[in-house]
Design a protein around this ligand. Structure first.
Ligand SMILES: Cc1cc2nc3c(=O)[nH]c(=O)nc-3n(C[C@H](O)[C@H](O)[C@H](O)COP(=O)(O)O)c2cc1C
Length: 217
């Protein structure tokens, strides 16, 4: 190591020492999820019979196992090939599922079945134009990678990304019906504002959001 490199290393170590521990953990550590329970749940026809949109939520948090099962049901990996619980355009994964919660924004990583930290901000209120979004424990945000659809028109990008999001959304609806949770798939979103809150690169865009929580009794 040269003297210059040693100096830089010492300065980096000093900066790290000055950073509060919690902030370091928050910025860098993935949040593991318990393995999803792939057995059980409600019979499909009963879940379909209960599927509906909910717009009145309690602030009861979601237990880690519920969050795990929900995200796996939404767009988790269900085959050794890496394919997913929802179908997707041209066998190209274009949708990321973000989870906006009180403790920040997390990106669902289906391969690790974990939540990768994205931001420590509570942006729930910015995920939609309806009041309940700020209070519900979870707002999923479906984000499309436009750059992975470069050979089709912008209109087609939005069409196929929306279709992919709709399938994920219906998985979430059925899981919620089965688990006694409420949910609503949402297009009433201030898209530029949400893209800013998520700090999305230019090519990525939000398709829809979806609130999840326990219905207020
Ligand atoms: C593409 C799409 C966008 C939607 N956007 C919203 C929305 O922004 N806010 C909302 O409260 N519901 C929204 N919904 C939910 C519908 O209003 C709801 O599914 C419809 O009224 C039927 O009610 P149900 O889901 O209870 O059967 C949306 C649904 C879809 C499919």
């Amino acid at each position: 190591m040269t003297r210059r490199q040693a100096g830089a290393a010492m300065m980096a170590a000093a900066a790290l020492a000055a950073t509060p521990r919690a902030a370091i953990a928050e910025a860098s550590e993935a949040r593991p999820l318990p393995p999803p329970s792939k057995e059980g749940g409600m019979p499909l026809m009963q879940a379909l019979n209960l599927r509906r949109s909910t717009r009145d939520y309690s602030d009861r948090p979601l237990a880690p196992q519920i969050l795990s099962d929900l995200l796996w049901a939404a767009f988790g990996i269900n085959r050794p090939s890496g394919d997913r619980t929802a179908p997707y355009w041209r066998h190209v994964i274009v949708i990321d599922v973000y989870a906006a919660m009180a403790d920040g924004v997390w990106l669902y990583d289906p391969k690790a079945h974990a939540l990768a930290p994205h931001s420590s901000d509570d942006i729930r209120a910015q995920t939609g134009l309806q009041d309940f979004v700020a209070k519900a424990p979870l707002n999923l945000v479906y984000v499309a990678h436009g750059e992975r659809m470069a050979d089709i028109s912008p209109a087609d990008r939005r069409l196929y990304a929306s279709a992919d999001s709709g399938f994920i959304g219906q998985n979430v609806y059925l899981f919620c019906a089965s688990a006694g949770l409420g949910t609503v798939f949402r297009g009433a979103v201030d898209y530029p504002k949400l893209a800013r809150a998520l700090k999305l690169p230019e090519q990525q865009f939000v398709t829809f959001a979806q609130t999840v929580g326990y219905p207020r009794a």
